[in-house]
Design a protein around this ligand. Structure first.
Ligand SMILES: Nc1nc2c(c(=O)[nH]1)N[C@H]1C(S)=C(S)[C@@H](COP(=O)(O)O)O[C@H]1N2
Ligand SMILES: [Mo]
Length: 333
């Protein structure tokens, strides 16, 4: 059962925590969070949050890509946003190197235009979409999702995009389609990290068809009101907020419908550590570390790092829990 205080994700959500919490959250966020915790009309809170967020300073370096605030259940967390600087400089994108700073340093060579995405496999209408067609396929929404990396850190990012289901409907999956495979760009000319064999390239991920069709599964083209920076997966990437971050493939070039569970890059590289489902689960430890808590990027480090409690399905259990009813999540990790 999720209780309201768990929204804040603190290990010990007690009254004594209120002061330190207020200190590091800015006042606007604090007021909104307090209002939400007090059970005040989530409508009023959401409206105020939407207005406050629209005044957040934009980095202004990339093309603007606005999205209407999503009204989808669970799509907008009221937690404080991670700063744009942190979200665009602390990245995993192994095609550009394995250090967190490598993508921001080296992804300049990625060419996000022209760009196409081939959608194929068990569908009635296989289609190769040009990026411009994808940008127009459905209205852009802004969704503020928590992103939880399997390494134990998390961020809160305002993404811009639309439900992947909008694209899936266009190609009409056949009855035999049970899974969706996501293939990302692997071009050694643009991606120096491909020289390393740390993972098999291209980076491949997969979802069950019902997971891919879930409205929270986002095809993202932007963040913070602008087009995606290269290091965050330009020109389009997946964001599956209830799964560990590695399920959210960056710089997608192919989407393939299959009847078999796709072999995913991380599962092939380390099957005992990374399963197909990879749902955020505080009760199932990674073989080398616990997944019970996480560090929110921007909330201090080392001795001053505040650990937050990791939530089942990253806090999206009310929306997605039923997808896994009856499954043994220890076995199907
Ligand atoms: N193609 C590709 N996609 C990828 C990765 C990668 O190495 N290559 N890393 C994943 C991991 S581990 C995480 S946590 C997220 C990070 O996304 P962000 O940098 O936008 O926060 O991207 C995921 N998508
Ligand atoms: Mo990750």
């Amino acid at each position: 059962m999720l209780i309201r205080t768990h929204d804040h994700g603190f290990v010990h959500p007690q009254a004594s925590e209120i002061t330190p919490r207020a200190v590091y959250q800015n006042r606007r966020q604090w007021l909104l969070t307090a209002a939400a915790a007090g059970g005040m009309a989530s409508w009023a809170g959401r409206e105020a949050w939407a207005q406050a967020a629209s005044t957040t300073p934009k980095p202004g370096k990339l093309g603007s890509l606005p999205g209407k605030r999503s009204t989808l259940d669970g799509a907008v967390t009221m937690e404080a946003l991670t700063s744009y600087d942190d979200a665009s400089s602390y990245n995993n994108f192994y095609e550009f190197g394995t250090d967190k700073s490598d993508p921001a340093s080296y992804a300049k060579t990625l060419k996000p235009r022209p760009w196409t995405v081939a959608v194929e496999g068990l569908v009635n209408k296989p289609t190769t979409f040009d990026l411009d067609a994808l940008l127009k396929l459905s209205p852009m929404e802004e969704r503020v999702y928590r992103l939880r990396c399997v390494e134990g850190w998390s961020m809160v990012i305002p993404w811009v995009g639309y439900s992947l289901s909008e694209l899936i409907k266009q190609v009409q999956p056949q009855g035999s389609a049970k899974f969706v495979e996501f293939v990302t760009l692997a071009d050694p000319k643009q991606m120096p990290g491909l020289r390393s064999s740390v993972l098999g390239w291209p980076y491949v991920e997969g979802l069950r068809l019902d997971e891919a069709m879930h409205p929270l599964t986002l095809l993202a083209f932007g963040m913070y009101g602008e087009v995606l920076p290269n290091q965050n997966g330009a020109p389009l990437r997946l964001v599956v907020p209830w799964k560990y971050g590695f399920k959210s493939g960056k710089s997608l070039v192919k989407i393939r419908f299959t009847d078999k569970e796709p072999r995913t890059a991380w599962n092939v590289a380390a099957p005992q550590e990374y399963g197909f489902y990879s749902n955020v689960n505080p009760e199932v430890s990674h073989p080398r570390w616990s997944q019970a808590t996480e560090r929110r990027i921007g909330e201090g480090s080392g001795l001053f790092a505040k650990r937050r409690q990791t939530l089942m399905f990253n806090g999206y259990a009310p929306q997605v829990g039923q997808l896994y009813a009856g499954m043994d999540l220890r076995k199907l990790y």
